[in-house]
Ligand binder design. Structure first.
Ligand code: CA
Ligand code: CA
Length: 570
């Protein structure tokens, strides 16, 4: 037995242990959020649809994500693009039909990809049959929504305000001769979770989709589910601030969500495949967010989304801001709760626009190298920018009637633009020149086809990082995030005697050379190249072999990121 053979054998043994699995699927998963109106249009009406997603499964599989989360696909008058639902057990005809949905589930599963549906528990559309019957006072439905008598002089019952419109959260209904509550738009009346019939109804909606083999739900705006039953005024701060202490994060909300989770777990217990529950709550207090995990006795969400990067980090944030954001989040969560990382969604400007194109690789690498489930908004793997939308082309009601500067800031049309497939008409999104939101004019340069054919691209770096996540260190290992100086962040991932993965990111505007052992004394002198941002291209030596790096002296260009390992992975 020669030395060469032994080395190969040892390496094979090492790699097999390194790449062994061992986490529940949703923990190691990368979840890919698709905005169905904007992914792929199959029938030429300028709006993406379910058939378009079915036709694109090869792409979804190719980038290596584990699950797809679809923004709402239910019938809707589109006052809030699908977040105002008229039938929770049906498919919006603009997007497709139930048999296409069933085919989508089947084909995703055949490709080994899970499917997660958006779920909107707080409210329905005011055009929902339940609401229409409720306005008529029909016995079964009269308490499906939150109705209150007017105060004297036809005033709303209290001073509660709606989130989107900022006006009163109460709307008078002339048929019922009462006010109904809407924490969001007046076209989105809040369901009444004090009514056990409503709870039963919503649980049966979950059951309906679980029986159609969906693998979980992303639950919208869960902070708003229940309201204080004293219906007292909310406090107003000295500068008009609202704390929403009567309408957000009420104790009963957690009880209701625990019932939703128990319904999912009924299905999980049958085949031992987790039905995942992710909840949306923008709250800057991590200790409130933590409550949404529940406890081991009474579990609630598998995870509430981690919006700290979205809320706290900007293109001007330095390495210390990042280290603080990362470390404080893990600290707040504790060991018992599984973390997650989110860079954007259908309500946030895209990374290439909110930060810059030079930030794309940096943020994707950080998102995928940190411990926890990773969530990607479709197109972020390409570094796709926002669409350019004139105000007269606006679709999102949140931006339509605002001043120009408020429109640019508040409209969500920009990040909802069509996906960029290739350099054909409308970037290959539709055969119709008039897409529902204009295609980003960057498509000639930034698109799937171009990034597939280039030797290096944002997408290939993204795929490299997804492949790395199968490693034991990335699945299980701890995270040590440190600012080496004000510009350079080092993220050390380590797990017992498994290889350490070191990610180094320069957020500064100048070249930086750093000593990585200053942050971690035990780091060996030799580090091996795994991947790097596009602006780093000197990672091969003159023999075209990957360079070996010296951990005491790593040089990074401005807005550069490099991922190094203590044994060679490539
Ligand atoms: Ca279509
Ligand atoms: Ca509510």
């Amino acid at each position: 037995m020669g030395r060469g053979f032994l080395t190969v054998l040892l390496l094979a043994l090492k790699l097999s242990s390194v790449f062994a699995d061992g986490l529940n699927w949703w923990k190691s998963a990368v979840i890919y959020q698709i905005y169905p109106r904007s992914f792929k249009d199959s029938d030429g009406n300028g709006i993406g649809d379910l058939q378009g997603i079915i036709d694109s499964i090869d792409y979804i599989k190719d980038i290596g994500v584990d699950a797809v989360w679809l923004s709402p696909i239910y019938p809707t008058p589109d006052k809030d693009f699908g977040y105002d639902i008229t039938d929770m057990r049906n498919i919006y005809s603009v997007l497709g039909n139930m048999s296409q949905f069933e085919e989508l589930v089947k084909k995703l599963h055949e490709a080994g990809i899970k499917i997660i549906l958006d779920f909107v528990p707080n409210h329905t559309s005011n055009e929902h049959d339940w609401f229409i019957r409720s306005t008529r006072g029909e016995e079964k439905y009269k308490d499906y929504y939150v109705w209150r008598d007017p105060e004297s002089g036809m005033q709303p019952p209290n001073n509660w305000v709606a989130t989107i419109s900022k006006g009163s959260a109460w709307q008078y209904d002339k048929f019922r001769k009462k006010f109904y509550l809407h924490q969001f738009l007046p076209e989105q009346p809040d369901l009444n979770y004090e009514n056990p019939e409503v709870v039963r109804e919503i649980l049966s909606v979950l059951e309906f989709w679980l029986n159609k083999h969906v693998d979980g739900f992303r639950m919208d705006a869960v902070h708003a589910i229940c309201e204080s039953q004293d219906f007292a005024d909310e406090e107003i701060g000295p500068h008009g601030e609202r704390y929403h202490e009567k309408t957000w994060d009420q104790p009963k909300t957690l009880d209701i969500l625990a019932q939703f989770r128990a319904k999912l777990d009924e299905f999980t217990r049958v085949d031992n495949v987790s039905r995942v529950m992710m909840v949306e709550n923008y709250n800057s207090n991590p200790y409130i967010i933590k409550k949404y995990y529940g406890s081991s006795n009474v579990p609630i969400a598998h995870f509430p989304f981690n919006f700290y990067v979205i809320m706290n980090i900007t293109k001007d944030s330095n390495a210390s801001d990042w280290a603080h954001c990362i470390n404080e989040y893990y600290k707040a969560l504790g060991k018992e709760n599984w973390p997650n990382w989110v860079l954007g969604n259908h309500d946030q400007h895209r990374v290439a626009s909110r930060f810059s194109e030079q930030h794309v690789d940096l943020l994707n690498i950080i998102n995928l190298v940190l411990k926890g489930t990773a969530v990607t908004y479709f197109g972020e793997e390409l570094g796709m920018p926002d669409s350019l939308v004139r105000q007269d082309q606006a679709q999102d009601p949140q931006g339509k009637n605002l001043s120009f500067s408020d429109f640019m800031w508040n409209s969500r049309d920009f990040e909802r633009g069509p996906f960029l497939w290739n350099t054909n008409t409308t970037a290959g999104f539709s055969s119709n020149l008039n897409t529902w939101i204009p295609v980003s004019p960057s498509y000639w340069r930034i698109n799937v086809k171009a990034q597939n054919t280039s030797e290096r691209s944002h997408m290939k770096i993204y795929k490299d990082m997804i492949a790395l996540r199968k490693n034991m260190t990335l699945m299980h290992g701890d995270v040590d995030a440190q600012h080496i100086n004000s510009n350079v962040l080092a993220i050390y991932r380590y797990y017992y005697d498994n290889p350490t993965v070191v990610t180094v990111v320069n957020f500064g505007n100048f070249m930086e050379t750093v000593d990585l052992t200053s942050g971690r004394k035990s780091l060996p002198k030799k580090l091996y190249f795994y991947t790097a941002s596009l602006n780093i291209n000197d990672f091969k030596d003159k023999d075209n072999k990957l360079k070996v790096y010296n951990s005491t002296s790593i040089t990074l260009p401005p807005k550069g990121a490099i991922v190094l390992t203590t044994i060679p992975f490539k």
